[in-house]
Design a protein around this ligand. Structure first.
Ligand code: SAH
Length: 346
């Protein structure tokens, strides 16, 4: 199926007809596209959730500013480096620093942390996921050594965006940040939740259209899961089936993209990760955060953070990846987005 050329309407119709999973043939094609560019390798990223303080108030998110029940924490530079060392011992070569939008960490401090990670784990890639900042800040982090940046756009539909976020936030700015990150030379990641409140096949079609335009190096896609201390507490969760449909469309729209099998998907379905690999996902991000912080970094209810999601579970995770017919790749796993295809880059 030629997702790269489908119209908004065709995309929306396909999505409406595949709410419970992609068609068999599309799923097979998506998997083949992933294999063509990356082979059957699954890349491992160590996730460090370093702060759950946030100045934003996204209606879906468990660490939103107004959630007075959240028990807040911040990791010090030394604690972060401890996580990195632990990951290094496990063989990891990418570290993802994710957190709320926490202004406690000044640009100077962020740069200091980034360069310290690079010294602690020479040759590793550093990925940031710390929300919207100015171009100057993004530039400073890049100069300090950051390689990649994850910033999900959340939804590419203006009206939908405004129902998920407070008035102080805008889709325009989020999109602008993504273009800026690309311009600055980051490998940039966009993405969205599946089944977020008020989402429709039309808004999901818009997400694919936006991804085709932006051409990000990575796309994070996971189901929305209600958090009990947010305004969306009673909203239904997203589904595994529709998440797999959106993963399939994304892989077919952007064959060279890096596509994680997300923690949210694994939270809803014990076999979620394997199902995602089978429609073209090729990244997993086990948690390296200290166990105590893990429980507190509660974006949604029952977030998986032990067992396979924990670094200690890396061996078990690796076994599962291999049992599913894939090969664990602990390398940096850079994007092949800008490499011309000359018959497959394996
Ligand atoms: N502050 C950073 C990191 C946000 S947390 C930023 O702004 O990018 C990472 C992602 O978790 C978010 O982008 C969002 O898509 C997802 N998330 C938040 N709440 C969620 C929920 N209730 N269910 C599923 N995913 C959620």
């Amino acid at each position: 199926m030629d997702v790269r050329n489908m119209t908004r309407r065709e995309l929306s119709e396909y999505i409406a007809e595949h709410l419970s999973g992609p068609g068999e043939e599309e799923a097979r094609e998506a998997k083949a596209e992933r294999d063509r560019y990356y082979g059957n390798r699954i890349f491992i990223r160590g996730l460090i959730e370093f702060t759950n303080y946030c100045k934003n108030d996204c209606l879906y998110c468990g660490i939103r500013k107004s959630n007075k029940c959240a028990s807040r924490y911040r990791l010090s530079k030394d604690e972060i480096l401890g996580c990195v060392l632990q990951g290094r011992e496990l063989g990891m070569n990418t570290f993802v620093l994710q957190g709320g939008e926490d202004m406690y960490y000044s640009d100077k401090q962020m740069c200091d942390i980034i360069s310290a990670i690079k010294e602690t784990a020479p040759g590793c890639a550093v990925t940031l996921s710390i929300g919207e900042r100015s171009r100057e800040s993004y530039k400073a982090y890049k100069d300090a050594g950051a390689d990649r940046f994850l910033l999900r756009h959340e939804t590419a539909d203006e009206a939908h965006y405004s129902r998920l976020h407070p008035e102080s936030m805008s889709l325009k700015n989020r999109m602008k940040c993504l273009y800026t990150l690309k311009e600055l030379g980051y490998q940039a990641g966009a993405g969205f939740m599946v089944g977020s409140p008020y989402q429709t096949p039309d808004t999901l079609a818009e997400d694919i259209i936006f991804l085709r335009e932006l051409e990000p190096h990575m796309v994070g896609i996971g189901p929305f899961i209600a958090h009990k201390d947010t305004p969306f507490r009673d909203m239904p969760n997203g589904t595994v089936g529709l998440t797999l449909t959106m993963l399939t469309l994304t892989r077919l729209a952007l064959p060279r993209v890096l596509l994680p099998a997300t923690t949210a998907l694994a939270t809803l379905d014990d076999m979620g990760r394997e199902k995602a690999f089978n429609v073209g996902a090729n990244v997993v991000m086990p948690n390296l955060s200290p166990p105590d912080s893990r429980n507190k970094y509660s974006l949604y209810d029952n977030k998986a953070s032990s067992g396979d999601e924990a670094a200690e579970g890396l061996r078990h995770l690796s076994e599962r990846i291999e049992n599913a017919g894939y090969v664990v790749d602990m390398g940096r796993g850079d994007s092949k987005m800008n490499i011309e295809n000359n018959g497959g880059n394996k």
